[in-house]
Unconditional design. Structure first.
Lengths: 782, 163
């Protein structure tokens, strides 16, 4: 321990502590720009100069480690003069356009200038002007305002994995940018806006919308993945104007991903429903009062029940729903006598249902993830599926750990990952081979990726195996899960789940799966899982926040079934898809408009509050369910306040552990149809900005729909040019094509989540391709 | 994009540094590329970055920082006049102005005959004889309009330069 003195206060700090950190621990503020606790030290702004006894000149606090007996003055005449001098230089080239700058009011440069500057500048000459850069639809640049602190560059290199951003030129000519004009492609890019201490990088969708001090702040929880990032939802009047991260070291530190930051821009999509809608016998939609809509709903449901029985009624709810909604939803369906309740639209193989854990739990904290020495990702592309959980994996690698991914294709990680890629349709075989290698890792001399992996896993102390979202989307998910379990056993490792949706954990706990009641209690008579509802002649559906056409693997089949069903109630935010098949659409509160709670991947229950008023006549989801239950005369629906529902949820779910057995005993798995060999297979998953109804509608995030194929495969299939016509048993579509060596031979990658591709066969099914003429413009926008 | 010889030279420079420090060979690699091709086109810079396994922006950062790298074609004689503080206080502006008038070009420009390029550079460490400039690998110090006129006449006359 070193004894030092700052501004007359004594403090003891560990060796290696910088003056800045020591001062922080005493609550002494030293002005700074380039310093950031999460980034490497650059010490290039010099704002933090302080006066150190016996040092000949002022020293930068952020980069100077303390030594024993050091006496530091942060506000002596010498320190003040140095700080004022630095500020005067920084302001030489700063435009001082605060009145038209979005950063105004939350700008360290503005604040520090007010607090520390000498009001007189010696500089009367011209200021420099720097050309703005176009770095994509999310960030506005105003590079003349840049003070070259390089926080954005360091963030890109150290955290975001953005390799395009740098500082070119020298001295007065130095400019931050992407030398060759291109968009910054990182799912974490928006954080640079928060990091930039001036108005050089600001949010494009938020531009000129409001001043920071006018905004109302409401604590939120991001609904777009299972990390459960804490957010600060900022609104003005009835409108959400931006979403920023809220510090929580245990969850998201101080970051959020661009999905969490910009998805709100989808709230006002043209097909937002704000009034109850009713379809008349001619198929025309009319806006009606709640009373009329409810009446029609009750009549429709009663008709289905009377004619076909409750066994022909199914309820599908989104995994983004709150615990309260999930809880009421299953109570509604089960109250009506229907056992068919599910939230797993993304899944098609349910044979392992009996083995599933209480809920998909990471089985450790996100922070602990950073210290894992060996992590094996099983079909999990965390960078797109759980962006900030991915950041913990990135940190594990920075801490000397190793991450290995097993997947159907090579993925574009933003940190070094050893990747094992299955050949077309051979995912199960790959896991089987891996399991097979454990028996003789010690004899085996040959160095093959899989053998090495088995050897490393066997040698590691308790390696961590993470089950990714894409594993559950696979047609042989159950067999894959069983393999993963045996691999974990052979390797002496632990299993963690990467929950698929923001509240998948809550959905399991709340009993929104056909085989379990709230709290995970097994049901004697389980219903059908989501995927099976499409071919079970269901006659009634209650949909809650889902668009099965694009949210399920078999979109075309789902839509067809919904069309053929006698009665479909869609409780929804948006109308485009529901109008194709629903009879009644009830408008529901969307992101930031309702309150509730989520259980994140760790098992952490986090609540959020409504930030803005409901648009039009939309109602909170839980209230809609309550009214339905009440009018259907179901017991236990007499809730007046959300808190009563939350209490009932807690009571029903009980205390659940954060570290739970990752599997129950596996049932005997019936064989499923093998993946056809030899045919061209369709691969695909939900891309990062296509995974839920809101983010799909966020304009700034929209990404053109493109199919991808290995160049050799394209040649072999006789495809030339930039477009391809894909046909499968269920449909045909023409798509833009990119050649991409990440896609294995024998496959074509076509994203899910786009209405255009929902007619195609599900992933891992065969399809055929043919050359196509050029595309309609809209599809190749960028 | 580069000759066998240059690639070898770059590989040699690369071999001087540890595995994970390919960045250290960047300065030399860019110099070698420029020596062969006269100046550094964008694609050439990207190519050098690729050889060293670096993100292109890192090579751009370096190439745009040092005035010794040329990002556009330059004339046969590159007049690099120091404009840093000691030279500035000793009249580097006057020197640059004189050259600019005599040659009919501004900073960063090249004469139509391709003979001269005029450039302002940062301190070259010869402050005691300011103002100064570099031409080829030689320093010219205590510059005056007269000494410059004499030098230019010599160069125009085809005098052997050291480039
Ligand atoms: S753009 Fe902002 S964060 Fe980046 S260097 Fe400039 S001032 Fe710093
Ligand atoms: S990482 Fe997940 S929870 Fe966090 S902001 Fe992104 S989508 Fe939301
Ligand atoms: S904060 Fe210390 S030099 Fe920038
Ligand atoms: S200032 Fe010109 S050589 Fe140093």
């Amino acid at each position: 321990m070193l004894h030092i003195e700052i501004d007359g206060q004594q403090v003891e700090v560990a060796a290696g502590t910088t003056i800045m950190e020591a001062a922080e621990s005493l609550g002494i503020y030293i002005p700074f720009f380039c310093y950031h606790p999460k980034l490497s030290v650059a010490a290039n702004c010099r704002m933090c100069l302080v006066d150190v006894e016996k040092a000949p000149k002022p020293l930068p606090a952020c980069a100077t480690p303390v030594s024993d007996g050091m006496k530091i003055a942060t506000a002596s005449r010498k320190a003040k003069m140095a700080q004022q001098g630095v500020l005067e230089f920084l302001l030489i080239n700063h435009p001082l356009d605060c009145p038209i700058c979005d950063q105004g009011g939350e700008c360290p440069l503005q604040d520090i200038t007010m607090g520390f500057a000498n009001p007189h500048s010696h500089y009367n000459e011209e200021k420099r002007v720097v050309e703005d850069k176009d770095i994509g639809p999310l960030i506005t640049t105003e590079m003349t305002r840049c003070i070259q602190c390089t926080r954005c560059v360091r963030f890109g290199q150290e955290i975001g994995g953005i390799k395009e951003l740098g500082a070119t030129g020298r001295g007065e000519h130095m400019a931050i940018g992407t030398y060759v004009a291109k968009a910054v492609k990182s799912e974490l890019s928006g954080n640079m806006i928060d990091l930039c201490p001036v108005g050089a990088l600001t949010s494009k969708p938020f531009r000129y919308k409001a001043r920071s001090w006018e905004l109302k702040h409401t604590p939120g929880i991001c609904p777009h993945c299972s990390t459960g990032c804490n957010t600060d939802v900022q609104s003005l009047g009835k409108e959400v104007l931006r979403v920023l991260p809220r510090n929580n070291e245990a969850v998201n530190e101080q970051w959020i991903c661009d999905k969490g930051r910009y998805a709100y821009t989808g709230l006002n999509a043209p097909d937002r429903v704000t009034k109850p809608l009713l379809r008349d016998s001619q198929g025309k939609w009319t806006e009606v009062s709640w009373a009329e809509a409810l009446e029609a709903t009750l009549a429709g449901l009663e008709k289905v029940l009377a004619r076909h029985g409750a066994d022909k009624l199914a309820g599908l709810i989104s995994g983004q729903s709150s615990n309260e909604e999930l809880f009421l939803f299953q109570a509604l369906l089960r109250g009506l006598g229907s056992p068919h309740v599910d939230h797993r639209l993304h899944q098609q193989d349910f044979r392992a249902d009996a083995a599933m854990p209480l809920y998909p739990a990471l089985n450790m904290s996100l922070e602990e993830l950073e210290r894992e020495p060996l992590i094996v990702l099983c079909h999990g592309f965390t960078r797109h599926q759980q962006p900030l959980t991915n950041h913990r994996l990135h940190k594990a690698v920075l801490n000397g750990g190793k991450v290995v991914s097993i997947d159907s294709m090579r993925q574009d990680f933003n940190f070094p990952v050893t990747q094992m890629v299955a050949g077309a349709g051979e995912d199960l075989a790959l896991y089987q081979q891996l399991a097979g290698h454990f028996a003789h890792v010690h004899e085996e001399k040959q160095s093959d990726g899989l053998v090495d992996l088995a050897r490393e896993m066997a040698a590691a102390d308790n390696p961590l195996i993470l089950i990714g979202s894409a594993l559950l989307h696979h047609p042989q998910a159950a067999d894959l899960l069983a393999q993963v379990e045996s691999i974990a056993e052979l390797a002496g490792g632990r299993i963690g789940w990467l929950a698929d949706e923001s509240n998948s954990a809550g959905a399991w706990l709340s009993g929104c799966v056909p085989q379990r009641a709230p709290g995970g209690h097994l049901l004697a008579e389980p219903g059908l899982p989501a995927g099976a509802c499409w071919n079970a002649e269901m006659q009634g559906f209650i949909l809650f926040g889902v668009e099965p056409g694009v949210d399920s693997l078999a979109g075309a089949q789902a839509v067809q079934r919904l069309r053929d069903a006698e009665f479909v109630l869609s409780i929804s935010h948006f109308g485009n898809e529901a109008r194709q098949y629903a009879d009644v659409i009830l408008p529901m509160a969307a992101f930031a408009e309702g309150s509730g709670s989520y259980v994140n991947n760790e098992g952490r229950c986090q609540s959020f509050r409504a930030a803005v008023k409901l648009p039009g006549e939309a109602r909170p989801g839980w209230k809609i369910l309550r009214v339905l239950g009440d009018s259907l005369k179901l017991p236990d629906f007499q809730y007046n306040e959300l808190s009563e529902v939350s209490a009932a949820w807690h009571h029903a779910v009980g205390d659940y552990g954060m570290d739970i057995p990752p599997f129950h005993a596996f049932p005997a798995l019936e064989a499923v149809q093998p993946i056809p060999a030899g045919a061209l297979l369709r691969l695909g998953d939900w891309p990062i900005y296509q995974g839920d109804p809101l983010v799909r509608r966020a304009k700034p995030l929209s990404t053109p729909l493109v199919a991808r194929m290995h160049p050799d495969q394209a040649r072999q299939s006789g495809i030339q040019g930039e477009a391809v016509e894909v046909s499968s048993a269920s449909g045909k579509v023409t798509l833009a094509l990119d050649l991409d060596t990440h896609i294995p031979l024998g496959c074509i990658w076509i994203p899910l989540g786009y209405p255009e591709t929902s007619g195609l066969a599900a992933p891992y099914l065969p399809c055929s391709v043919a050359m196509a003429a050029l595309l309609p413009e809209t599809q190749r926008a960028s | 994009m580069l000759s066998e010889k240059s690639l070898k030279a770059i590989a040699f420079e690369r071999s001087k540094y540890p595995q994970e420090e390919s960045r250290s060979a960047l300065l030399a690699a860019l110099r070698i590329a420029q020596e062969e091709q006269g100046y550094l086109r964008d694609e050439l810079i990207e190519y050098v970055a690729e050889i060293l396994g670096l993100p292109a922006i890192q090579a751009f950062e370096v190439a745009t920082f040092y005035t010794m790298y040329d990002l556009k074609p330059v004339g046969r004689h590159k007049l690099c006049v120091c404009g840093s503080v000691s030279c500035f206080l000793n009249g580097s502006d006057r020197i640059i102005g004189h050259l600019s008038r005599t040659l009919g070009i501004g900073l960063g420009e090249t004469t139509a005959d391709g003979l001269f390029t005029l450039q302002e550079v940062e301190c070259l460490g010869a402050c005691k004889d300011a103002p100064m400039m570099q031409l080829g690998d030689r320093y010219y110090e205590n510059l005056t309009p007269e000494s410059l006129d004499a030098l230019i006449a010599q160069l125009r006359g085809g005098s052997e330069d050291v480039r």
